[in-house]
Ligand binder design. Structure first.
Ligand SMILES: *[C@@H]1O[C@H](CO)[C@@H](O)[C@H](O)[C@H]1NC(C)=O
Ligand SMILES: *[C@@H]1O[C@H](CO)[C@@H](O)[C@H](O)[C@H]1NC(C)=O
Length: 225
C-alpha cells in the first residue's frame, strides 16, 4: 500500500522556497555558461611589422604582407645589422627567397601546400588569460607548434611563440592594407638557370619557423590547414 504523505502548508512553503533558491543558484550557470574564447580569424588582407627573436637569439624586423584573396604572402626580413631577405610565397606552392643587393641571391622552392587560410587557428586549445607585452591576452595553443596571444580588448594578435623558441611580437596590425602588385615581382635572376650561392641565404634565414607558419609545411602543422 502506497503511503500518502501530506505536507502541512508551512512545510510546503518552505520546500518551494528552498527549491526556488536552488533554482536561483543554478540559474546564472545555466543561463550564461561562460563560453570558451576562440581566436579571431585573420583578416583576409593585412600588413604587420613583427619583431622576431629567433630561437638562436638573432633579432629580425619582418614586414608581413598577408594576402589571402590573391593567395600570396610576403615576409620582408631585416636581420639586425645584417641582410635584408625577401621571402615571397605563392598559393601554388612556389616560394622565392632572395636579396635585392649586388649578390643577387635567389632560391626557388616548391611546396605541396599553399598559403595558410584565415581560420587556421580553428580548433586551438584555450589556455586562459595572461598579461603579455602590457596587454591582457587570451592564449591558445595549436598542435604543440604555436602559442598564440590575442588582445582581449581588440582581438588583435599581440605575440606568438613557436615550439622552437622563436618568438614574434606584433608591432603593427593594419587590417586591409595591401602591398602594390609590382612589389610582388621576384627579381629576374630568380628565373635564370645560373648557379647561385644559396648557402649564405639559407643560414641567414635560420630555422624557418615563421615561414613554415604561413606555408604550413611542418608535418605537425599540416593538420592546421
Ligand atoms: C632573445 O631570446 C633570447 C633567448 O632565446 C634571450 O636571451 C634574449 O634576451 C632575447 N632578446 C630580446 C631582445 O628579447
Ligand atoms: C606560381 O605562381 C608564380 C606567380 O604567378 C609563378 O611565378 C610560378 O611560376 C608559379 N609556379 C608554378 C609551379 O606554377
Amino acid at each position: 500500500m502506497a503511503e500518502k504523505i501530506f505536507l502541512s502548508p508551512k512545510h510546503s512553503i518552505s520546500l518551494s522556497l528552498s527549491l526556488l533558491s536552488a533554482a536561483f543558484l543554478l540559474l546564472p550557470a545555466l543561463a550564461s555558461p561562460a563560453p570558451t574564447p576562440t581566436p579571431a580569424p585573420w583578416p583576409a588582407q593585412f600588413h604587420s611589422i613583427l619583431f622576431i627573436n629567433s630561437s638562436k637569439g638573432v633579432l629580425q624586423v619582418t614586414d608581413l604582407w598577408y594576402d589571402w584573396p590573391n593567395r600570396r604572402n610576403f615576409n620582408i626580413i631585416q636581420n639586425q645589422l645584417g641582410k635584408k631577405l625577401y621571402d615571397l610565397e605563392w598559393g601554388n606552392g612556389t616560394s622565392y627567397y632572395y636579396t635585392l643587393d649586388a649578390n643577387k641571391e635567389c632560391r626557388t622552392m616548391h611546396f605541396a601546400v599553399g598559403i595558410l587560410s584565415p581560420n587556421w587557428l580553428d580548433g586551438a586549445n584555450y589556455l586562459g588569460q595572461v598579461d603579455k607585452d602590457g596587454f591582457l591576452c587570451n592564449v591558445w595553443e595549436k598542435v604543440d607548434f604555436i602559442w598564440y596571444y590575442e588582445d582581449v580588448a581588440t582581438k588583435r594578435p599581440v605575440y606568438w611563440a613557436f615550439y622552437t623558441g622563436q618568438t614574434a611580437h606584433v608591432m603593427t596590425f593594419e587590417v586591409g592594407k595591401v602591398l602594390d602588385d609590382p612589389d610582388w615581382q621576384a627579381p629576374v635572376y630568380c628565373f635564370e638557370e645560373t648557379e647561385v650561392n644559396t648557402d649564405a641565404l639559407e643560414s641567414e634565414f635560420g630555422f624557418p619557423a615563421h615561414r613554415s607558419l604561413i606555408r604550413g609545411v611542418l608535418p605537425s602543422i599540416h593538420s592546421i590547414v
